[in-house]
Design a protein around this ligand. Structure first.
Ligand code: SAM
Length: 332
């Protein structure tokens, strides 16, 4: 841990965006094989290059105590495939400057572990849910696991990992017809749901133009069940959010994550670190420097800061048109 006593220096990139949010990928392993995310053969970094609990603790403590980091989201791959996940959560929950500790998961194991994660200090979760039709779900994710995910969501709610958010990537020919049933489900449970535009990265990158469904079309598909759309404004939220009243008299909060039709790069306050300690200034751009040199054999805050500044200087005003990496490496 850094012992320096200098005042907090909030890092800004070359375009004046302050960095307050870290998305930390814990692994490239995943228990699902989503057709748009994970290639059939995906090698993983060697175990030795994957960040250990103490290294994660050191880098997050340093960013929070010295550089104004306020929020960490654990992601992957699938973060719950790490056997030391509870220990990681416990360490990060003890970092005093962090205001938020969240996780993105496929939900497959939450029925067993949600309470354990909540007790360790996890605040809330986003769960990927690409549909409610068991066969289409299995086809899209490669796992016949819809019931398991739904049981996981129940467990997460009971454990207090709230507010629960559902994330759905919309892929033409696979689940675009499921939007109304997903919104009704979210409304019944009182959970937020966010529909994500497919990004040109990963196994469907070459077919992106045919498989991508823009926000405008998603809204059209929802129109038959929606009476009113009221925009909700929120700073730094990547989603364009709406409060909906539905035909059945119920209400729902729906967001659209629109990296392709209306990017939110100008408000980006994020950096990403992959499980092998590579810094990614932007989800879709080329990797930045590896932070391992600052972490091994012993944490060096000055080297860490130099690498961070080097990485941030490469953050462009807007993401490139094509992704240079895969979501399975970075976690969205
Ligand atoms: N395993 C966790 C999960 O299922 O949420 C976390 C990692 S997963 C890579 C994070 C998110 O990225 C998921 O919501 C997934 O659907 C989304 N994703 C993967 N590939 C994508 C793509 N090409 N375009 C848009 N979103 C994508």
């Amino acid at each position: 841990m850094s012992q320096r006593l200098e005042p907090i220096i909030t890092f800004q990139d070359a375009h004046g965006r302050s960095i307050a949010y870290l998305r930390l990928s814990l692994t490239e392993a995943c228990s699902m094989r989503c057709s748009y995310c994970r290639p059939a053969f995906h090698g993983q970094p060697h175990d030795k290059s994957v960040l250990a609990v103490n290294e994660i603790d050191q880098l997050v403590r340093h960013l929070a105590s010295q550089h104004g980091l306020k929020k960490v989201r654990l992601t992957g791959g699938e973060p719950t495939t790490r056997s030391d996940l509870t220990a990681i959560i416990r360490h990060l929950a003890a970092v005093p400057e962090l205001g938020d500790l969240a996780m993105t998961t496929n939900g497959l194991t939450l029925a067993r572990h949600a309470h354990e994660y909540a007790n360790a200090g996890l605040r809330r979760i986003n769960v990927s849910l690409d549909g409610l039709h068991a066969e289409r779900f299995a086809e899209l994710t490669g796992v016949d696991g819809l019931d398991q995910v739904l049981a996981g969501l129940d467990a997460a709610e009971t454990a207090g990992l709230c507010p629960i958010r559902l994330n759905t990537v919309v892929v033409r020919g696979q689940n675009e017809q499921d939007l109304p049933s997903l919104v009704r489900f979210a409304a019944r449970r009182g959970w937020d749901i966010r529909f994500i535009e497919l990004m040109p990265m990963g196994p469907l990158a070459a077919q992106w133009a045919q498989r991508y469904v823009p926000e405008a079309e998603m809204r059209q598909r929802l129109d038959p069940i929606v009476q009113t759309w009221t925009p909700i404004k929120q700073q730094h939220d990547a989603a364009r959010r709406y409060a909906l009243t539905l035909d059945a008299g119920s209400s729902a909060t729906v967001g659209f994550i629109t990296p392709m039709s209306c990017n939110f790069c100008a408000a980006c306050n994020r950096i990403r670190i992959a499980s092998d300690a590579t810094l990614y200034p932007c989800l879709m751009d080329r990797p930045g420097p590896s932070l391992l040199r600052a972490l091994r054999p012993k944490f060096d805050p000055d080297v860490f800061d130099q690498l961070l500044i080097q990485g941030l200087s490469a953050k462009k005003p807007k993401h490139p048109a094509q992704g240079h990496t895969m979501m399975i490496q970075l976690g969205g």
